[in-house]
Unconditional design. Structure first.
Length: 384
């Protein structure tokens, strides 16, 4: 891990090039940036960010915003305790009220610079279902082509699990895929990933460049620094993982000061996660899924075959976990339990249980019909 953390990053111009040259950039705004501790909106700060978005648009860079803050704003208006998060019912009610306030803030701030804002409320399911994902992608593409600034947030007024476990960091990475964005910027109340918690460890230092996500996995926790949001650094690393799988660079930078977008594009200060070569769009969508219907356990030979670019055959499957149907997304885990791949399965769970460990020539006799080419075809699979 030490060698990975101590690796020298590229020159500033090279590491910032993908963000400055991106024609479409997703910017996520955390709750603590947009909403003050007393639940009031930080209008003056928001005005500076809107100015940044307008400046980017003038240069030909279209910004898609993912904005938190609805629950905090609604909680203040309703006088709810705990910032609106004392109960699920409070969070839903606060979100319903706060979302109108949040949309109004963005419409006013962006409108002051001649920009039109569009609100899109989404849930995890909109990005897990392939058809709904394509619909969201088409809407985003049209809005951006019209010069509109989309402002997205989770639809927390009807969501349940998302409020308790969701976050807009991962949502931003998924939105980047759907919007065909070329980079993601997570604006936060921290200026990047540190070697230790900077609040409790004065010797902690910021890591400016992370080209090996596995080397930093243990450095983050799930706590929100302000207590206002729901993500924490762990969620930001998961967002980086989703973006990485889609070939999209991601950065974590401070949004505390005025003009945070312009400041980042100028200085490059923060933690940057470069992207590898992009994947096919379908594989990027699949890799970014946060829900799977089950898990297949496979032997070492199957793991080696998958890493060499092969499909998953029934002969390599040693176990089946969960109940899933044909076409569902499932994880594939090796003998040590570590997930090595994710894919769309060609058989349901009961069928896989019947044919696991069997050779192709035996499957027709077991199932009563000609076997499909693989349990998971390589074209329907991404490595993890």
């Amino acid at each position: 891990m030490d060698s990975a953390l101590n690796a020298a990053p590229p020159a500033p111009e090279a590491r910032m090039a993908p963000f400055r040259a991106a024609t479409r950039l997703v910017v996520k705004v955390g709750s603590s940036l947009l909403v003050a501790a007393d639940g009031s909106a930080r209008r003056a700060w928001l005005e500076t960010l809107a100015a940044d978005v307008a400046a980017s648009a003038a240069r030909g860079q279209r910004v898609v915003l993912v904005s938190s803050g609805a629950i905090a704003l609604g909680a203040r208006r309703l006088g709810l305790k705990g910032g609106g998060r004392a109960s699920l019912e409070d969070a839903q009610a606060a979100a319903a009220v706060g979302q109108i306030l949040l949309a109004g803030l963005w419409a006013e701030a962006l409108g002051g610079h001649g920009l039109t804002a569009a609100q899109m409320l989404v849930t995890l399911g909109d990005f897990e279902d392939r058809r709904r994902w394509l619909n969201a992608s088409a809407t985003l593409d049209r809005l951006v082509s019209l010069g509109v600034v989309p402002v997205l947030n989770e639809n927390d007024s009807v969501a349940t699990e998302e409020i308790r476990f969701g976050d807009n960091d991962r949502l931003a990475a998924r939105v980047a895929q759907a919007a065909r964005a070329e980079a993601v910027l997570l604006l936060s109340d921290v200026d990047g990933l540190y070697t230790a918690n900077p609040d409790s460890c004065p010797d902690a230092r910021r890591i400016d460049w992370v080209d090996d996500l596995e080397s930093v996995t243990g450095l983050a926790d799930a706590r929100s620094r302000s207590g206002m949001g729901s993500g924490g650094m762990a969620a930001k690393l998961e967002a980086a993982r989703i973006a990485h799988a889609a070939g999209i660079p991601l950065a974590i930078a401070t949004g505390a000061a005025d003009h945070p977008l312009a400041r980042f594009l100028e200085t490059g200060e923060g933690t940057l996660f470069p992207a590898p070569a992009g994947q096919r769009a379908r594989k990027a969508w699949l890799s970014g899924r946060l829900r799977v219907a089950g898990r297949l356990l496979v032997d070492a030979g199957a793991v080696a075959a998958l890493r060499a670019g092969g499909s998953l055959l029934a002969a390599g499957v040693t176990g089946v976990e969960g109940a899933f149907a044909r076409g569902d997304a499932v994880d594939v885990a090796g003998p040590d339990g570590r997930v090595v791949a994710r894919g769309l399965v060609a058989y349901d769970s009961q069928e896989v249980e019947r044919i696991r460990g069997r050779r192709r020539e035996d499957i027709a006799g077991i199932l009563g019909y000609a076997p499909r080419s693989a349990v998971i075809h390589r074209d329907q699979m991404v490595m993890r």
